[in-house]
Ligand binder design. Structure first.
Ligand SMILES: [Mn+2]
Length: 346
């Protein structure tokens, strides 16, 4: 069975990563703070690959593993630390790493972990915004997910794709394509899903673990958010307060994806979710169906992200915070679609 077709231009980068791995022994693996399914699934599969190659590999993360990914094979081995400490000279603790592999990051800052810069850095990413910040870089914006790159790495290394690895990679592809719904989902994505299924991933079991395993706090929070829903000119917005978070015993990760309920309304083009994070400040998640670049809007508040999914923080009470964001959304709409939304009339 042939591996997935590979873009020729990415081959040298894959080979560089493979060489960097095979010539070293001890690896730290990490990804961005507030990890998603692609980060966790790809990290777990990469760790399995390295162990299979006879290497040492430890997954070190700043944030905890979100609840819905905790049952993925190997997730229990993920270590949560605020900082990667250097080995203490003169003590028995001389453990250190030969290299750090960062998945889905455009800088070491994305990990929120200090202390990574002293290692040889290997960067594997599939984002359009990916940057070659490391000594070894493999960035392929055509890949559906980092999982797709790890899959190619497994093949290139001549390793066995175990059912556990296939399960982790399938979970990553599933979530990073929005259950095979996002732009970029292609025949290639389904070929990958097929290969993973043949290797032992069970689609129904994995989907149940991710989409039917929420805390009740998350759904109560959704109820509170929906009760504040407002819609105007194709923009929907809603919010939750800090007090509601506490009342329901909700965690930050319970807010993940709530914005999509607002975006699911037919007439809505852009959805915004506001989460109060303390005194007169809101964390803002923006989602777009594709007509409007929400990364540009988040950028005006010091945030960032993708054209269809971005985030930032805004000061104010909910009324003033929402008014600021809506104002910037209108400006962006006018800039992108000057005919439909003129700012100046002749
Ligand atoms: Mn990803």
């Amino acid at each position: 069975m042939p591996a997935l077709p590979e873009a020729a231009a990415t081959l040298p980068m894959l080979e560089q990563v493979l060489n960097a791995i095979t010539s070293r022994q001890r690896f730290l693996l990490t990804s961005h703070a507030r990890p998603d399914g692609d980060a966790i699934g790809s990290l777990l599969a990469l760790r399995s690959l390295l162990l299979q190659l006879g290497k040492q590999a430890e997954i070190v993360m700043y944030d905890p593993v979100p609840r819905v990914y905790r049952n993925l094979p190997g997730a229990g081995a993920i270590v949560q630390v605020p900082q990667v400490a250097a080995p203490t000279a003169g003590t028995a603790d001389t453990t250190d790493y030969d290299a750090a592999v960062l998945l889905e990051c455009d800088s070491t800052q994305r990990t929120h972990l200090g202390g990574l810069d002293r290692y040889l850095l290997i960067n594997i990413d599939h984002h359009q915004s990916g940057r070659a910040f490391a000594q070894v870089n493999w960035i392929d914006p055509h890949a559906s997910s980092t999982a797709e790159l790890i899959f190619r790495l497994v093949h290139a290394a001549g390793a066995k794709l175990t059912p556990e690895m296939a399960t982790c990679l399938y979970a990553a592809v599933l979530t990073d394509t929005g259950s095979f719904t996002y732009i970029g989902t292609s025949a290639n994505t389904f070929s990958l899903a097929r290969e993973l299924t043949l290797a032992g991933a069970e689609p129904a079991t994995i989907a149940r673990g991710i989409y039917f395993s929420h805390s009740d706090a998350k759904i109560r929070l959704l109820g509170a958010a929906l009760s504040t829903l407002r819609i105007q000119d194709g923009v929907a917005w809603m919010h939750v307060t800090h007090q509601q978070m506490e009342q329901f015993g909700a965690l930050e990760e319970d807010c993940e994806g709530l914005v999509n309920y607002a975006l699911s309304i037919e007439k809505v083009q852009v959805a915004v979710f506001f989460r109060e994070i303390g005194g007169n400040r809101f964390r803002v998640s923006l989602r777009s169906k594709g007509n409007l670049n929400v990364a540009a809007v988040a950028g005006r508040f010091g945030g960032g992200g993708h054209e269809c999914a971005s985030g930032c923080s805004v000061n104010g009470n909910i009324e003033t915070a929402a008014a600021q964001v809506l104002q910037q959304l209108r400006q962006q709409l006018a800039a992108q679609h000057p005919k439909q939304y003129p700012t100046q009339y002749p």
